[in-house]
Ligand binder design. Sequence first.
Ligand code: FES
Ligand code: FE
Length: 451
Amino acid sequence: KEMIEQLDQSLMDGRYPIRLRNDEAVFELEQDRVFNDNWVFIGHESEIPEPGDYARRYIGGSDPFIFTRDEDGNVQVLFDSCGHRGTKLCRAEQGNTSHFRCPYHGWTYNNKGELVGVTFKHEAYKEIDPDEWKLPKPAKVDSYAGLVFATMNPDSPSLEEHLGDMKWYIDMNFKFPTNGMEVYGEPYRYVLPVDWKQPCENFGGDDYHISTTHQSAIEGGLISEIWHWDEGPYGGLAERVHTHFEELPEMGHSFAAGMIGEDYSPFYGYDEEIHDCFSAENISQEQYDLARRSVVNIGTIFPNLSFIQVGKGTGSNDSGFLCLRQWQPRAPGETELWSWVLVPKDAPEEQKRKINNVALSSFTPAGNWEQDDLAVWDGITEAAGSTVAKRQGVETSYEMGLGNMSNTEIHDEWPGPGVCYNNHYQEGYGRWFHRRWQEEITKEPLPEGAE
Ligand code: FES
Ligand code: FE
């Protein structure tokens, strides 16, 4: 309890108690106060383009929902549990249907969640009020730039407010293509022996790990040597910038970008034939210019959605790509990763396939990048669950970029929101992420008896 209550102070001192990454009581609190009380990602609109399209989704990793488009074309998010005994109605990962028929006793719901059929209705019930047995829904569902979110909390601020200045960076990726992005294929899913907060934070701006964790992949030529930011052939050219929301501590979102000279791999290194998919039509000229020159940009939207746009120079060196990644908490120290590949809607099919292949060869369990990351993250979980961590309150270092450290030069001309640093060795993204976490966890008094 004390550990959580003093977390903001610890972080400002550059320290974080490792135990918070693998603890039963913490996990329970997170499910309730972080995931049920905040806007969480459900899916991309392009996954359900037609009436009747549906996909199975989860809030907080374990609450099952059906993400569907009803017959009127509206997006619906329905609790996937029959009103009769509660079993799951939706048995396929995705598909198209106008109705969901319960496999247990046959109650049938339309894709607005209304109960429209009861088996042997007259013999079994004589009268039954279907309005009483509609499928529950989240308190609010809304979308931004094609990304659909839901919250179980009726008092949540609007989605726009929740995203805040992060919208500027979402636009840079999702509105850069004139007609938007679409999901290619189904999301890739697998379970990691890692606390969900770890990858959220890593994808919020941990550039520090790249030259060590990914060293062998760089040296082996699996990923480009431009990732040696300061030493590689492009090190001198790079106007390397990195931003996070020092001025918006309440948000906990973060964003980091790497910009490079005009000539290197513009438009994220997509093939020239699809460059006309992109324009400044839906974004500002500044966003367009940055997007055009960005060799990588990543971010995390609190609580558990990250995105990564990587320019040409990874994997096969064939193309850039964009992935959405949701870190779904499954158990203390265990996370299910959901990873979507997005492609410009207007690109020809063979280009979409190519982008997808490059993304999969980078960020899947067999991907050039992912393997390295997984190899180091699981050690954190082990230490976090140890008796030593519990008894001695072991803390880990978050000092980088704090006032008394040297790397805090501000990049004055950065046109986007948030504070931007010239130096990419910063850990503010992590400190603010965990402070937002603390704010959510301590909104109400912590339960008595929490150790
Ligand atoms: Fe669905 Fe009985 S559990 S009809
Ligand atoms: Fe990595």
